[in-house]
Design a protein around this ligand. Structure first.
Ligand code: HEC
Length: 101
C-alpha cells in the first residue's frame, strides 16, 4: 500500500499530460477533435496507424496548407470546413508538432 499513492500520482500526471496533448492545445482543440473523428471514421481503414503519417508527411506543411487542402478535396474530405479540421488534426501527428522538440 505504501507504493500506491506515489504511483497514482504518476498516473494522474501522465493522464493530465496526455489530456493537454490531445485536447488542451489552445483554440484549435475542437477542430482537432472533429478532424480526428473524421480520420478515425474515414481514413484509417485504408491508412492504418503510422502509414497515414507516412503518406501525410509527403504533403503536410504547416506553413502552407494549400497542397494538402487541394489533395483532400478530391480524397475523402469534400467539405472545406471539415478539411481544415482534418488538416489541423494531421498536423498534431507530425513530429514537428511536438512542443518538446
Ligand atoms: C479507399 C481507400 C482510402 C481512403 C478511405 C483514404 N485514402 Fe488516402 N490514399 C489511398 C491510396 C491508395 C493512396 C496512395 C497511396 C500511396 O501513394 O502510397 C492514398 C494517398 C494518400 C495521401 C498521400 C498523398 C500524396 O501526396 O502522395 C494522403 C495524404 C492521404 N491519402 C490522406 C488520406 C486521408 C487524410 C484520408 C481520410 C480523410 C484518406 N487518405 C482516406 C487510399 C485511401
Amino acid at each position: 500500500m505504501k507504493l500506491l499513492a506515489p504511483s497514482l500520482a504518476i498516473v494522474g500526471a501522465l493522464a493530465a499530460w496526455a489530456g493537454v496533448q490531445l485536447f488542451g492545445s489552445g483554440p484549435d482543440a475542437e477542430a482537432v477533435a472533429r478532424g480526428r473523428a473524421h480520420v478515425e471514421k474515414t481514413c484509417v481503414g485504408c491508412h492504418p496507424g503510422s502509414q497515414l503519417d507516412v503518406v501525410a508527411a509527403r504533403r503536410l506543411d504547416p506553413a502552407d496548407r494549400d497542397p494538402m487542402d487541394r489533395f483532400l478535396a478530391g480524397h475523402h474530405v469534400a467539405d472545406p470546413a471539415l478539411r481544415a479540421d482534418v488538416i489541423a488534426y494531421l498536423e498534431t501527428r507530425l513530429p514537428a508538432a511536438d512542443p518538446e522538440s
